[in-house]
Design a protein around this ligand. Structure first.
Ligand code: DGJ
Length: 572
């Protein structure tokens, strides 16, 4: 009897997908960590270009290279048109090839469901769907122009998309349940309306003129204190109404159109997310194209999972675990800050593939307790062990056990510098940590000879009192107690340690015994280290003398990625 019950439980769990939960999100202090096979996991990722997983030969040639690039995860699109080339006729060849290649190359996979929408458009819908526009209607502009964007208000569109997604999810659940290669799923890609801020189809107009659903109104009232400031402002400006149409509650402007549209997209996605959760339980997310460069809704993909719409998305799609920014624009660190919220962990599924990616990876883990980062079109990157991303990812793989153990404790900072943002002072407990771009060293000619400043970035981890890890690339770090920083002004010193003539050259007249026993910190030791898989530090070499400016600072030159173990000491 007991065996029979146990077997029934087994079958039920297997059918619900719960047995196969290799990957989940969990809280650790203030951080949300991704846990894979019960170990915290930092995604050192890369996303394939859009057309790079559309034949088995390309997958076979690309995946071994990704392993050489030191990725631990690849983000790969699944194309609806190739998955269901004829209505009801499914082909999972590419999916299986991706799973096999990932497994062989020791990579985890984040699948991207390119279903009804990819960058707003419906270009990945199969041709049989596109042709049957009466059954699968389009969104319309205000002037009545049909768009190549399937209408989110059509139940037929949803059913076709969801049916394909569900068949594919079933396949993945079966194919992956023992290996657990798939660690997350992104639903659709950069959803959003273009040309106009909302759909003007007949169904959309009817919904727009109807009262706001009570589910959303209740959510707004219940979460009033936590709403995103821009949403709160719109609601406040229009008198905090508890019911009414979209325009009555939020006013008559493009941003109201956007809120309305976001609600529809979120509810649509929620139903796909429920399909995924029922079938194979891994974390689920949606990605957004940024609303940058002062563009208005409709000029950017309106209503996507953007930070200012987080409440709409969270209420409409509670099964989605987080919203993710695709960061291509300038202002990388500002975008990161917008998506690292108490109710939203930072994961960057796409960022431009560039020399700065290595430094940025250190920054996001140090400053934002990020789940991961993933440059786009990764197969175009270099697998040379000297390339910035490969060096950075290798060091981060070593650091991962330490970073994971410190996430959510407030003991880490990330720094990211370029020619404009050269310096940051971190004010923590009794310490002032001043970090700068490496080229700020006054004797480094590259600061002034017209060289481009590659971004310098790193992580500073406080392991304990007066003990730090400083790791990354292209940074210089100084430590001081707050009291000593208040007492003395820093003087610009040359490489030999002499004061630079003409720079800060007015001597400070200090009165006798001015310091009165104020403690100072000095650099005790700086060791370059490796980190073993259990998190233990392994000595490589001692850095001292010229390499620490005779004990004045800790530094990692541009072009090198190192992990430094720093011990400070106090003296009076
Ligand atoms: C963002 C999209 O999400 C990607 O699929 C790709 O189109 C890039 N933009 C740019 O190429």
């Amino acid at each position: 009897m007991i065996r029979k019950i146990a077997f029934t439980i087994f079958v039920l769990l297997a059918a619900s997908g719960a047995m196969a939960q290799h990957s989940k999100l969990q809280k650790s202090g203030t951080a949300t960590q991704l846990s894979v096979n019960n170990q915290p996991f930092l995604v050192l990722g890369g996303e394939l270009g859009n057309s790079s997983a559309s034949c088995t030969a390309d997958i076979e040639s690309i995946f071994p290279r990704l392993a050489k690039m030191s990725l631990n995860t690849v983000l790969v699109p699944i194309y609806w048109d190739l998955t269901e080339p004829t209505e009801g006729g499914f082909d999972f060849t590419l999916t299986q090839k991706i799973l096999d290649q990932a497994y062989e190359n020791n990579l985890k996979v984040v699948f991207l469901w390119f279903g009804a929408w990819k960058n707003s458009m419906s270009c990945y819908a199969p041709l049989w769907f596109k042709n049957d526009y009466n059954k699968y209607p389009r969104a319309y502009t205000k002037e009545g122009k049909p768009l190549e964007i399937a209408s989110a208000f059509s139940e037929n569109v949803f059913e076709a998309d969801n049916n394909a997604f569900s068949q594919w999810m079933n396949y993945v659940a079966q194919a992956d349940k023992d290996k657990g290669t798939v660690i997350m799923i992104q639903i659709e890609n950069e959803i959003g309306m273009l040309e106009d801020a909302r759909d003007y189809s007949k169904e959309a107009n009817a919904a727009f003129n109807a009262p706001i659903p009570s589910r959303l109104m209740n959510y707004l009232q219940k979460n009033k204190k936590k709403l995103h400031p821009s949403l709160l402002k719109k609601w406040e400006t229009n008198g905090y109404k508890k019911e009414g149409t979209w325009q009555e509650v939020f006013g008559d402007d493009l941003y109201t159109d956007e809120i309305f549209m976001a609600w529809q997209y979120a509810n649509y996605v929620e139903r796909l997310a429920q399909t995924a959760r029922r079938t194979y339980d891994v974390p689920l997310f949606v990605n957004a194209a940024m609303n940058s460069r002062n563009r208005q809704p409709g000029e950017y993909p309106s209503a996507g999972p953007l930070a200012h719409l987080i409440d709409i998305w969270q209420c409409g799609a509670p099964t989605i675990d987080f919203l993710s920014p695709d960061i291509y624009d300038t202002g990388f660190s500002d975008w990161c800050a917008k998506y690292d919220l108490p109710n939203n962990p930072l994961f960057i599924p796409e960022t431009r593939l560039c020399e700065n990616n290595g430094a940025r990876a250190f920054y996001v883990f140090g400053e934002h307790d990020a789940i991961g980062i993933s440059p786009f079109s990764i197969e175009d990157g270099s697998e040379s062990p000297e390339s910035s991303l490969v060096m950075g990812y290798n060091r981060l793989k070593e650091l991962a056990p330490i970073i994971s153990a410190q996430q959510g404790k407030g003991t880490m900072n990330g720094v990211l510098f370029d020619e404009q943002a050269k310096e940051r002072v971190i004010n923590k407990d009794n310490m002032l940590i001043t970090a700068r771009h490496y080229f700020t060293l006054p004797w480094d000619a590259r600061a002034t000879d017209g060289s481009t400043w590659p971004e310098g970035g790193g992580i500073i981890i406080e392991l304990g009192p007066y003990e730090y890890i400083v790791a990354g690339n292209g940074i210089v770090v100084e430590f001081a107690t707050k009291e000593e920083a208040n007492m003395s002004q820093r003087k610009q010193l040359g490489e030999d340690g002499f004061a630079e003539t003409g720079l800060n050259s007015t001597p400070t007249i200090a009165s006798t015994n001015n310091w009165q026993g104020v403690p100072r910190v000095g650099i005790g030791t700086v060791d370059e280290v490796n980190i073993a898989s259990d998190g233990n530090l392994k000595y490589i070499r001692r850095l001292n003398g010229d390499q620490t400016h005779q004990g004045r600072h800790v530094r990692i030159p541009v072009g090198q990625y190192s992990i430094l173990h720093v011990k400070l000491y106090e003296y009076k």
